[in-house]
Write a protein that binds this ligand. Structure first.
Ligand code: ZN
Length: 428
């Protein structure tokens, strides 16, 4: 049976299996990373070690990776993306696959998995990975929520939200933060579930959506990056080269793939809906061949949630290959011994994603978002209808003038729109 998200969060123990605070006596402080790439995924890592790892990868593979700061978190930490691709071909024109993890800070496996994918993209010399790098630009943002991540290490292992601190949105006088995965600008705050709606607007709730869409600098920066890329290449209402072909947001837990729509938990109409269903089946095959597991897949696996990243990516930018992936486990605290298994499985999923896009196309949706045909063609239809209507009116006026110039004018027939000959002779 598929997990139901809201219930899961309600029953998650505050401190449970492998979830003791790093600075408590029950668990020794983390061993700092040795600096050896091969040892990085033996444990979960602090934000400092993550930045060291990213910097080292960039130093060792300067031809494959560009590090770019796309913004700053609420507390001023850099939001760095890794842009990974082979130098061959026109990099600016390659379709982009955007992967992010750690928007919910306590989901450490999501952060480690995106880092694992980054390492694999740079270190895997196999022909299929090289081919993927020639064709795509991979952009990885991790962790999306660095302030929350640090807080989950240092103070509260189960911290989920950002650390934005607004005086009019406090929780019992303390920092409330915002659920950054309810903070995106499509379907923001839209729900028919009255008790849930109260939670969405309660600063103490784990689902607090914030004062407005994109109030959080972390979601703002990620969305601006994708938007700029998508729109820079827009011409004549069509996506040009360099569009964003995929957006995956990694979370834990539940072993699920959740394509849009999250806010209704309903699959979009075809052809986009069947494209997304085929994609999750294709990725599931790759998971099964790697780990022996398959994930629940579909918009309805979780209860409806508004304002998520994938709903925005699909609803605004028209990215069809978009979803939330909920990784393994029965809590947000997966043992570190699972990091590499999950990483391998998810890297296989990324390879399947890329293969699917090459096979079925990754251009933005023609039915939803800024490239939807409806946007352009509706205007065109309106123009055509107006021209036809104006022509008919002109013809009718000419006919009326021609007729009245020869016969007595019957105003009633003009009012009710009947031809003079068919009109009653007298409407007394
Ligand atoms: Zn999450």
């Amino acid at each position: 049976m598929a997990p139901r998200a809201r219930q899961l969060f309600a029953t998650t123990p505050w401190i449970g299996n492998n979830c003791t605070l790093p600075n408590q006596e029950t668990k020794p402080p983390p061993t700092p990373w040795s600096g050896q790439l091969t040892e990085f995924f033996q444990d979960y890592r602090t934000l400092d070690d993550i930045h060291r790892y990213i910097d080292l990868l960039a130093q060792q593979h300067p031809n494959l990776v560009t590090l770019r700061e796309i913004g700053r978190s609420w507390q001023g930490r850099p939001l760095k993306v890794l842009e990974i691709t082979s130098p061959s071909g026109n990099v600016a024109e390659k379709p982009c696959i955007f992967l992010e993890g750690g928007i919910h800070s306590r989901e450490w496996i999501a952060t480690s998995t995106v880092l694992y994918i980054a390492g694999s993209l740079m270190q895997d010399a196999s022909a299929d990975v090289q081919s993927m790098l020639q064709h795509f630009l991979f952009t990885l943002l991790v962790p999306v929520n660095p302030d929350g991540y640090v807080y989950s290490w240092e103070v509260n292992r189960m911290w989920r939200k950002t650390r934005s601190n607004r005086s009019n949105y406090l929780c019992h006088g303390a920092v409330a933060g915002v659920d950054a995965n309810r903070n995106w600008g499509v379907t923001f705050g839209q729900t028919n579930d009255a008790p849930y709606e109260l939670q969405l607007h309660n600063p103490c709730s784990e689902f607090f959506i914030g004062p407005e869409a994109f109030s959080e600098p972390e979601t703002k920066a990620a969305s601006e990056y994708m938007k700029e890329r998508q729109q820079n290449w827009r011409s004549n209402s069509k996506a040009g080269a360099g569009y964003v072909a995929a957006f995956i947001d990694y979370h834990s837990y539940g072993e699920a793939m959740l394509p849009p729509w999250a806010y209704t938990a309903e699959t979009p109409a075809d052809p986009d809906g069947s494209y997304q269903t085929s994609l999750t089946s294709f990725i599931n095959e790759a998971f099964y061949n790697t780990s022996g597991r398959t994930f629940n897949a579909g918009a309805d696996v979780f209860l409806p949630n508004p304002g998520t990243g994938p709903d925005w990516a699909y609803g605004f930018l028209g990215i069809r290959a978009t979803m939330t992936i909920e990784l393994e486990g029965h809590s947000s605290c997966l043992p570190a011994t699972q990091i590499q298994n999950v990483g391998k499985e998810q890297f296989a999923g990324v390879k399947a994603l890329a293969a699917f896009i090459r096979q079925h196309g990754g251009e933005p949706s023609a039915q939803v978002g800024i490239f939807a045909r409806g946007n352009g063609s509706t205007a065109l239809y309106l123009v055509v209808i107006l021209v036809v209507f104006a022509s008919l009116v002109a013809m009718r006026s000419w006919f009326n003038w021609f007729s009245t110039s020869r016969r007595d004018y019957h105003p009633e027939s003009a009012i009710i729109g009947m031809s003079r000959d068919a009109a009653p002779s007298c409407l007394a």
